[in-house]
Design a protein around this ligand. Structure first.
Ligand code: AMP
Length: 126
């Protein structure tokens, strides 16, 4: 079920638990601003999730409330993770699902990095 973006940040969401090392993940990268791990249900040969370390539900509160340093650090981390995964030259796709229409399921901002194959349409055709 997609999240309700009007609710407050939930410290018990699954990515908050991963950030606190309360549940396992296949870690890819970590720095001051971001943490990255393999998606548990990959939709492409490479499917990595990058999350900010701050308590942000989605793109809306992150883009309005995060500091310049948090935003810059997070964006740079996404690029670093993709480059380190060998995806910069062949290319890759980034995806952020936001709120109900975006069908966001986990209420902690995450950027999906998809790679390792050729993609076609941006979104599935209805
Ligand atoms: P979204 O629909 O954008 O909120 O995507 C949530 C993503 O989180 C999905 O691709 C799930 O497969 C992934 N996911 C859920 N739980 C875990 C977990 N414990 N470890 C890694 N990925 C997860």
């Amino acid at each position: 079920m997609p999240i309700d973006p009007t609710l407050a940040y939930d410290d018990h969401n699954v990515f908050a638990k991963i950030l606190r090392s309360e549940i396992p993940c296949r870690k890819v990268y970590e720095d001051q601003w971001a943490f990255a791990f393999h998606d548990i249900n990959p939709q492409a040969p490479v499917h990595i999730l990058v999350v900010p370390k701050g308590r942000y539900i989605g793109w809306d509160d992150f883009s309005t409330q995060a500091s310049e340093a948090e935003i810059a650090g997070f964006v740079r981390a996404v690029g670093t993770v993709a480059r380190d995964a060998g995806l910069a030259e062949p290319g890759y796709r980034l995806l952020v699902n936001m709120g109900q229409h975006g069908h966001q399921e986990v209420p902690h901002l995450h950027v999906h990095i998809f790679g390792g194959r050729q993609f076609t349409y941006m979104i599935p055709r209805e």
